[in-house]
Design a binder for this molecule. Structure first.
Ligand SMILES: *[C@@H]1O[C@H](CO)[C@@H](O)[C@H](O)[C@H]1NC(C)=O
Ligand SMILES: *[C@@H]1O[C@H](CO)[C@@H](O)[C@H](O)[C@H]1NC(C)=O
Ligand SMILES: *[C@@H]1O[C@H](CO)[C@@H](O)[C@H](O)[C@H]1NC(C)=O
Length: 710
C-alpha cells in the first residue's frame, strides 16, 4: 500500500549509483553455479537444478534471457519501433489438463512465457514459446481499462520527476526544507474519472529523512505532485499544508544499533530460543520447488505479482497410503488498502498492491535468523527487469517446520473412571513464508500445513503506518466537530484509519476437479409443543450452489453457515461426499459505497466468498491491468454472468480483511498483527488422520546435546 521510495535531488547521483549497484549485484547472481553453491552451504537440504524439473517450475534465468532475445528480434518491437517496457515476464502455465496428466520422467509440456509489455500507451499481452523461439500470441488490449503492473524502473523514474520542476522545489524551500533531506514516494493515483485517463499517472509525496531512517513518520504534509510517468512531466502540484510542521520527535529510528544506545535498557529480555531437530528437518525438496512433508506434497513457486503460488496440493490418505488431491492452485490474487481520508492529499490512497506494485517484486530477501527459524529451506525468486533482463531475488521464500508448543490432540482420564490414561500429540506444521515490503507496510504471508490435513493461510502486517502531519500536538486542541480521520499518535502526527483486504484465489480440486459448493446453513428450529422440554435447537440445512450468485457470501454472525467444497461423485463408505471447508477468519468487510470508484475497482471485497467456474483468464480479482483500472475486469463483473458452478471445476475466492484504527503503540513501527483462515477437511478422511501419529519420547532427543551444540 505504499511507496517504493527513492532518495531525491542532491542524492540523485548517489541514488543512480545505488540502482546501478543493485543491478550489478543482480548480474553477478545470473550465474546459476554461484546460486547453487550458496544453497549448498547455507541450507541443510541442498538442491541445485539449473533446468526446470516440473511443468510449473518458474522460468529460469536462462529461459527469461531467451524470451528477452526473442522479443528483441521480434519485428514489431525492433528498430525503428521502440522496444517496449516489460511489465510481466513469467511462466505461462500449461493447460491444467496437461499438468494433471504429466508424470515425472515423461516429456515436458512446452515451456512458455506470458508477457505483458507496454509501449506507446498500449498494453501488449503475449505468449512466447521458449523452445521454438516464437511469439504464439500477441494481443493489444483494448477491451478493458487499466495499465500493467508498475516496474521498479517506473517507480524510480517517477519519484525524480518533480525535482526538475521549479514550483515544486520552491515549495520545499519555502517550507524551510532542504531538498537533499527528503525521500519521495511514488504512489498510484487510482482512478477518479476522465481527467485521469489515457496516460500513466502517479502522485509523488515526500518525507524528511533528516536524522532518522524512519522517514515515513516525517511527512512533508500536503505537498503532492501529479506526474505523467511516460512523459516525465509534472502536471499539477498541490502545495497545501504549508503551516504543518514536520514531526520533530528525535526517537523514530527503529534500528537496534540506534535503539540500544537510548534510555533505559529494554525490559523485554528473553533468552534466545532455537528450534532443534536432532534428526534434521523432515521435509524433502524435489528439484527446487516440489515440497514433500508428513504426507503432503505441494509445488511452490515465487511469482512477481502474486508473491507465492502453491500448486497441486495433495495429501496422503492414511487408509490407503495414496495421495489425494486437495487444491490445484492457491495464491494471493489482490490486495486493497483504502485510506479513510477524503481530503486532497489523501483521497486517492486506495492501493491495489498486487496489481499495482507486484507483491513478489516487493518481497525482499528474508532474514535467515529472525524471519525464519533454523533448518529453513530458502527459495529464490527469478524475475525480469523492464528491459527483459533476468535478475534473482535471493531468499525470497522460506519453508520450515514449526513446533510452537501446541497440542495436535490429547485426552487424559480423571481418577473417577479408574482408567489411567494420558495421550498427547504435539502439533507440528510446515510453513511456507514470504514477506512483501510494499513501501511502508510489510505483509507476511504464511501457508501453513498441519499433519491433520488442515491448511491455514495467515496474513500478518507490520512495518510503518502511513501517517499524516498535523498542527495539533494534543487532543485538547482539536475542536469537537473536527474529524481527524484517524488517531493522534504522537505530537503532529495522525495515523489515518484504513483497511487491508487480501483476496486469495483457491482453485479447489477435492479428489478431482469437479466439485460443488455447499452452504451448510445453521438455522434455528423450534420444537413442537409437548415433544421436548427444549423450545429450540440448531438445525443444519444444506444448499448446493447452482450458479455463481448462489455462492456470493456475506458473512453474518447471527445467520451462520459452514462453507463446504465437496466432490459429489466421491461418496465415502458411509455415504458422505468427500470435502474440504473454508473456515473464515479476518472477517472485516468493506463499508465503502459500492459506487465509490475505489470500491468499484476493488469490488472483490463486496463479498467475503465468491465461487466461479474455472477459467484460465480469471486469476486476478481486480483485473489483469490494475493500475488506473475502472473496475470493468473484476470478479464482480465476471460473476454477473451467473454461470453454473455445480459439479464443475470451480475456484473459490476468499477475502481476508482488517480494519485498522491506529493507536500510539503502532508508532514508530507497528507490532505485527495477524489474521488467518483455514481450509479444513470435512468428511474427507475416514477418521482422525493422525490417530497413528507417535508421541515424543525422551529417546527422540538423546542426540540433542551433541548435535545442537556441536
Ligand atoms: C524519463 O526519465 C527517465 C529516467 O531519467 C529516462 O530514462 C526516460 O528516457 C525519460 N523519458 C522521457 C520521455 O523523457
Ligand atoms: C511545474 O509544475 C506545474 C504544475 O504545478 C506546471 O504547470 C509547470 O509546467 C511545471 N514546470 C515544468 C518546468 O515542468
Ligand atoms: C466435469 O464436469 C464437466 C461439466 O459438467 C464435464 O464436462 C466433465 O466431463 C466432468 N469431468 C469429470 C472428470 O468428471
Amino acid at each position: 500500500m505504499g511507496p517504493s521510495p527513492t532518495t531525491s535531488c542532491h542524492f540523485i547521483v548517489f541514488s543512480c549509483c545505488l540502482l546501478l549497484a543493485i543491478f550489478l549485484i543482480c548480474f553477478s547472481w545470473t550465474n546459476p553455479s554461484i546460486s547453487s553453491t550458496k544453497t549448498n552451504t547455507l541450507n541443510r537440504i541442498a538442491i541445485s537444478s539449473p533446468s526446470p524439473q516440473h511443468p510449473l517450475d518458474p522460468l529460469s534465468l536462462e529461459e527469461i534471457s531467451s524470451v528477452q532475445s526473442v522479443l528483441r528480434s521480434y519485428p514489431q518491437f525492433s528498430f525503428p519501433n521502440a522496444f517496449p517496457s516489460i511489465h510481466t515476464l513469467s511462466l505461462e502455465e500449461p493447460p491444467k489438463s496437461v499438468v494433471l496428466a504429466w508424470k515425472p520422467g515423461r516429456t515436458f509440456p512446452p515451456r512458455r512465457a506470458s508477457v505483458i509489455a507496454f509501449t506507446s500507451g498500449k498494453s501488449h499481452v503475449m505468449t512466447v514459446d521458449i523452445n521454438s523461439r516464437k511469439v504464439l500470441l500477441h494481443e493489444i488490449v483494448t477491451s478493458v481499462s487499466g495499465y500493467p503492473m508498475l516496474t521498479p524502473e517506473d517507480l524510480a523514474t517517477a519519484a525524480f520527476i518533480p525535482f526538475s520542476n521549479s514550483t515544486f522545489l520552491d515549495s520545499l524551500i519555502s517550507r524551510g526544507i532542504d531538498p537533499s533531506d527528503i525521500t519521495c514516494a511514488p504512489l498510484p493515483s487510482g482512478w477518479f474519472g476522465p481527467l485521469e485517463e489515457s496516460r500513466r499517472l502517479m502522485k509523488i509525496q515526500c518525507y524528511s529523512h533528516k536524522d532518522t531512517i524512519n522517514f515515513y513518520m516525517k511527512p512533508v504534509e500536503g505537498l503532492t505532485a501529479l506526474v505523467d510517468i511516460d512523459r516525465n512531466e509534472t502536471l499539477h502540484i498541490w502545495g497545501i499544508g504549508r503551516k504543518i510542521p514536520i514531526n520533530s520527535d528525535p526517537d523514530t529510528d527503529y534500528r537496534y544499533e540506534v535503539q540500544k544506545e537510548k534510555g533505559t535498557p529494554s525490559s523485554c529480555k528473553v533468552n534466545p530460543i532455537l528450534m532443534i531437530q536432532p534428526k534434521g528437518p523432515s521435509f524433502e525438496v524435489g528439484g527446487k520447488h516440489l515440497i514433500k512433508w508428513a504426507g503432503w506434497e505441494m509445488h511452490v513457486r515465487p511469482d512477481a505479482r502474486a508473491g507465492v503460488i502453491i500448486s497441486q496440493v495433495k495429501v496422503t490418505d492414511p487408509e490407503t497410503g495414496k495421495y489425494r488431491q486437495v487444491m490445484y492452485k492457491g495464491m494471493a490474487s489482490e490486495l486493497f488498502v483504502p485510506y479513510m481520508d477524503p481530503t486532497d492529499a489523501w483521497y486517492f490512497k486506495t492501493y491495489l498492491d498486487a496489481g499495482e506494485y507486484g507483491f513478489g517484486i516487493q518481497a525482499m530477501p528474508l532474514d535467515r535468523l529472525n524471519d525464519c527459524p533454523t533448518g529453513a529451506y530458502f527459495m529464490d525468486g527469478v524475475f525480469a527487469r523492464a528491459d527483459g533482463q533476468p535478475y534473482l531475488r535471493s531468499d525470497m521464500v522460506c519453508v520450515f517446520e514449526r513446533y510452537d508448543g501446541d497440542v495436535a490432540w490429547r485426552h487424559a482420564e480423571g481418577p473417577t473412571t479408574g482408567k489411567h490414561v494420558r495421550e498427547v500429540r504435539p502439533k507440528i506444521s510446515l510453513v511456507i513464508r514470504m514477506a512483501a515490503s510494499v513501501g511502508n507496510y510489510d505483509y507476511i504471508i504464511d501457508w501453513e500445513f498441519q499433519t491433520d490435513g488442515l491448511i491455514r493461510i495467515k496474513v500478518s502486517a507490520s512495518g510503518m503506518l502511513m501517517v499524516k502531519g498535523t498542527t495539533y500536538e494534543n487532543m485538547n486542541q482539536v475542536p469537537e466537530e473536527e474529524d481527524l480521520y484517524g488517531t493522534l499518535i504522537t505530537e503532529n502526527v495522525i495515523g489515518i484509519v484504513h483497511d487491508h483486504y487480501i483476496n486469495f484465489y483457491l482453485d479447489m480440486d477435492v479428489d478431482g476437479s469437479n466439485n460443488s459448493f455447499v452452504n451448510v446453513h445453521l438455522v434455528n428450529q423450534e420444537t413442537n409443543e409437548g415433544v421436548s422440554p427444549r423450545k429450540s435447537y440448531l438445525k443444519v440445512k444444506k444448499q448446493v450452489a447452482k450458479t455463481e450468485k448462489d455462492a456470493q457470501i456475506k458473512l453474518k454472525l447471527y445467520d451462520p453457515s459452514e462453507f463446504h467444497v465437496v466432490n459429489p461423485s466421491r461418496i465415502n463408505t458411509i455415504g458422505n461426499p468427500s470435502g474440504y471447508r473454508i473456515v473464515p477468519g479476518g472477517t472485516a468487510a468493506s463499508l465503502l459505497d459500492s459506487h465509490d470508484p475505489p470500491q468499484m475497482r476493488a469490488a472483490f471485497t463486496n463479498n467475503q466468498i465468491w465461487v466461479t467456474p474455472y477459467n484460465r483468464r480469471e486469476q486476478w480479482a481486480a483485473g489483469l491491468l490494475t493500475c488506473q483500472s475502472k473496475g470493468d475486469d473484476t470478479l464482480a463483473k465476471w460473476t454477473e454472468k451467473d454461470r453454473p458452478i455445480e459439479n464443475r471445476d470451480i475456484v473459490l475466492w476468499y477475502t481476508l480483511g482488517f480494519h485498522h484504527v491506529p493507536c500510539q503503540e503502532d508508532y514508530p513501527i507497528m507490532p505485527t498483527v495477524s489474521a488467518s483462515f483455514d481450509i479444513k477437511p470435512v468428511n474427507f478422511f475416514k477418521k482422525n488422520p493422525i490417530l497413528r501419529a507417535a508421541p515424543y519420547s525422551k529417546d527422540d532427543f538423546l542426540t540433542l546435546r551433541s548435535q545442537a551444540f556441536a
